[in-house]
Design a protein around this ligand. Structure first.
Ligand code: LMR
Length: 422
């Protein structure tokens, strides 16, 4: 379809006189397709718009407390108060990121033991959230020019797909979750990853697998580490839930095992969940390589990728996290509060399992076995949609729920609704 889009000013090339002329053109966005809503954010928005006062939102991965609020950590509140008091400028922070944040995060994730062994070979760049870190990691992997592909778990966090493929890297899936056992299909995973080769990247979830909650055991991590060594693929770890599984150090067991064995590891870590800095977009891309030159190269590439995408990192969340990680008192307050959240999620898991089992007579023991915020309830897409339309209970189409959104007020309603569609 054509439309008159306006009068353009036309200058005569000889006389220089200006004339206006009507342009008949297709408008720029006239045929632009309207995309469907995001598979997670769209459902959270649908729940917000639902007028039912008894609605329950189990869609997005946000930690909610007993009152149904996403709390600000006490340590973050204190760091924020002192930051507001002391901050002298809003000038850019360094493009690589806030130094206290970078040091604190490298120590938190990589650990002091590994740092002592290979400090020079670790490079890190602050990123806008874990999402930004995955993207920076993927851009650096793409720039390495090996032509390899990225292996992601089936299923994985849906945003991994556009974040990685938009850099031009190709994707392959490896089997990961077995809906029959509600656990990891390790045989399938190993069989599929048998085809991963030097130059390929294998994306692993450090802990609290999103969306399944099913994690690798320590023995399984060992097998994956041996495969990485033998086959020469590069592991990339998405670490969005450190501290929500078995503890801050236990949750990076697999990651640190890889660091001990494999010469190159890429890590995308987020503080959205474990410091509650969701809206502050606070993450980090860490590149551990064989030597200092490689670390410098990866950092230079990640900084260039940041510059061409969004230029500078957002400061506020990183400045807060840097303060929390480097101050003994704030750090122990943060760790204690995080441990309390993790315990509460585990209690919710046991409670939910018990209530589902007594209401349905079916086995829901997997709910209590899993880690982190998520669990698949094993419902069909049709059942998940019925729960939305008939009971205002919102979960993803895959029946992924956020356990951390359950509380004593909504638990019975959720159990009753789920059992009604079984
Ligand atoms: C989720 O999986 O729900 C979270 O990681 C939030 C998001 O951005 O998708």
């Amino acid at each position: 379809m054509t439309a008159v889009v306006g009068r353009l000013l036309h200058r005569d090339p000889y006389s220089g006189a200006a004339h206006s002329r009507v342009s008949l053109e297709t408008t720029m966005f006239e045929e632009l397709p309207i995309l469907p809503p995001d598979s997670i954010l769209g459902l959270a928005a649908a729940c917000r718009a639902d007028p039912n006062p008894d609605k329950v939102d189990l869609t997005i991965g946000i930690y909610m407390d007993e009152a149904g609020l996403c709390p600000v950590f006490e340590a973050i509140k204190q760091a924020q108060r002192s930051l507001v008091e002391e901050e002298q400028t809003k000038a850019y922070i360094p493009p690589q990121g806030d130094p206290a944040f970078l040091d604190g995060m490298i120590e938190l994730v990589v650990g002091s033991e590994h740092l002592a062994a290979r400090a020079d070979s670790v490079g890190a760049v602050q990123a806008p959230g874990g999402c930004g870190a995955v993207r920076l990691g993927a851009e650096v992997l793409k720039a390495s020019g090996t032509g390899g592909k990225v292996w992601i778990s089936d299923p994985s966090w849906p945003v991994h797909v556009p974040l990685i493929t938009s850099t031009g890297l190709a994707l392959s899936e490896y089997r990961y979750y077995d809906p029959q056992t509600h656990g990891v299909n390790f045989e399938g995973m190993i069989e599929d990853l048998g085809a991963a080769q030097h130059g390929d990247i294998v994306l692993l979830h450090g802990c609290c697998h999103n969306p399944s909650g099913a994690d690798l055991s320590r023995e399984q991590w060992e097998t994956v580490a041996s495969m990485a060594v033998e086959q020469g693929f590069t592991p990339m770890i998405d670490l969005a839930y450190q501290g929500f599984g078995e503890g801050l150090d236990a949750d990076v067991y697999g990651l640190r095992l890889l660091l001990s064995n494999v010469s190159e590891v890429v890590i995308a870590a987020s503080l959205s969940k474990n410091m509650g800095l969701y809206r502050e977009r606070t993450g980090i891309a860490i590149f551990v390589g064989p030597d200092a030159r490689t670390a410098e190269a990866t950092v230079s590439q990640a900084k260039a990728a940041a510059r061409r995408n969004y230029s500078m990192p957002p400061a506020h969340g990183a400045l807060l996290a840097g303060r929390v990680l480097s101050n003994v008192r704030l750090r122990s307050s943060w760790e204690a509060e995080l441990a309390t959240m993790c315990e509460r999620i585990n209690t919710l898991r046991t409670d939910f399992q018990g209530r589902l089992e007594s209401a349905s007579g079916r086995d829901f023991s997997f709910v209590a076995r899993e880690n982190g915020m998520f669990s698949f309830l094993g419902l069909t897409v049709e059942q998940a949609r019925r729960l939305r339309s008939e009971r205002s209970l919102y979960m993803l189409d895959s029946s992924r729920i956020n356990i951390a959104s359950l509380n004593s007020d909504n638990m019975d309603r959720v159990v009753d609704a789920v059992v009604s569609v079984l």
